[in-house]
Design a protein around this ligand. Structure first.
Ligand code: ADP
Ligand code: MG
Length: 368
């Protein structure tokens, strides 16, 4: 199965709680993974719950594809179990009295779609569940529980997948274990997905598009590469460091060095081994602005292996701080660097000058 065509989600909804209002008026084309990003308390879970039909206080209209799920003016409210939505919570919420196989079979048997597309075997294989099938779910690690939870949800044959901070309860090591499973979802199952998180690195790794929520309102939408690199985005309640997303192609694995060489247009980078990627595969890399060093001449005798040449295009001082965000065009792709204003002044960095961007291999560590 491959990526499906974009499905339109039309949201005109309001949810009012004492002291908090969610008010969203937005059409979103859902293709691949749409990240719903925003600080804690901004209303992400409330919005997701309203989409799934769990939020009884939701008012307004909500349409997915050609179907109306909510239209309070005409007393239409499709109950959650009649919306083809798969919801994965932060805590996996498995059935404790069933083993892993039982949890999967339960969902599979309850899906009454005659055009069943996702098979039990496919889910077991995609989430490496074979060796866990007879295990009691109480004995599973947090990461294993989430693999089962996501697999189980897929077996309900959802038309829309909603993941509410599925990694939030896991420690760093477990998070990086689960990320590859999440990464493969769009290609393997082709279900439009909304992925909620307040973590920039998860957005950078998984989201194709990002919707930013702040204080119950959508304040920005766009491709992840543009939103995360701060183009036109000021998040007053959650300042975060700009991140550049690079789409690179695998050239070769240097197994004995645990490295992978990748190409970005004509230039090469060396990154920690990307297990599971074949030569010529396209891989997404992300780089935090604070991890980029700029030089005006090509440096010699340093340990940094990755040197990209480009042209400085913009310097944006960060008000009230020591820093500025600098954009460098690397073969037309804007790479963001966070430098001190002091360094910018001393080096005479300004738009139009050629520069070398230095990035340590460790900055590309996908296990962090
Ligand atoms: P997020 O998922 O972005 O952290 P939430 O959607 O969980 O945010 O919550 C947004 C706001 O709505 C918070 O201030 C929260 O306290 C409030 N809220 C959420 N659910 C309820 C509820 N059932 N009753 C009252 N207030 C709620
Ligand atoms: Mg939440």
């Amino acid at each position: 199965m491959s990526d499906s065509a974009a499905k339109s989600l039309s949201l005109r909804i309001r949810v009012s709680f004492p002291g908090f209002d969610l008010a969203v008026d937005q059409n979103i084309d859902l293709a691949g993974v749409t990240g719903l990003f925003g600080p804690s308390g901004s209303g992400k879970s409330t919005l997701l719950r309203a989409i799934a039909g769990f939020e009884s206080a939701a008012e307004g209209t909500l349409r997915f594809g050609g179907d109306t799920w909510l239209e309070t003016a005409n007393s239409i409210c499709v109950p959650p179990h009649q919306r083809p939505v798969g919801f994965v919570f932060q805590d996996a919420r498995l059935f404790p009295h069933l083993d892993v196989a039982g949890n999967l079979h339960y969902s599979h048997s309850r899906s009454d779609r005659s055009d069943r597309e996702i098979s039990y075997e496919e889910v077991v294989s995609a989430f490496d569940l074979e060796s866990l099938l007879q295990r009691n779910v109480n004995g599973l690690s947090g990461g294993e529980r989430q693999r089962v939870a996501i697999g189980r949800t897929l077996l309900t044959q959802p038309g829309l997948l909603l993941l509410d901070e599925p990694l939030a309860a896991l420690d760093v090591g477990r998070k990086s274990e689960i990320l590859p499973y999440l990464e493969q979802l769009p290609k393997r199952f082709g279900i439009p997905t909304i992925y909620v998180s307040h973590a920039v690195n998860e957005m950078a790794r998984l989201a194709d598009d990002v919707v930013v929520l702040e204080n119950g309102k959508i304040c920005a939408t766009g491709p992840a590469s543009s939103i995360l690199s701060h183009d036109n985005l000021q998040l007053s309640s959650m300042p975060f460091e700009a991140v550049t997303i690079l789409h690179v192609t695998v050239v070769e694995h240097l197994h004995e060095l645990h490295l992978t060489r990748v190409a970005h247009n004509g230039q090469h980078l060396t990154v920690p081994l990307i297990a599971g990627a074949a030569n010529a595969d396209s891989v997404r890399l992300s780089i935090r602005a604070g991890d980029v060093v700029l030089a005006t001449t090509e440096p010699q005798g340093i340990s940094v292996r990755n040197v990209l040449s480009g042209i400085l295009t913009e310097v944006v001082p960060l008000e009230g701080s020591a820093f500025a965000t600098v954009s460098v065009s690397i073969d037309g792709v804007p790479l963001k660097a966070q430098l001190t204003r002091h360094a910018i002044a001393e080096l005479g960095l300004k738009p139009g000058i050629p520069v070398f961007a230095l990035i340590k291999t460790a900055s590309f560590d996908r296990s962090l």
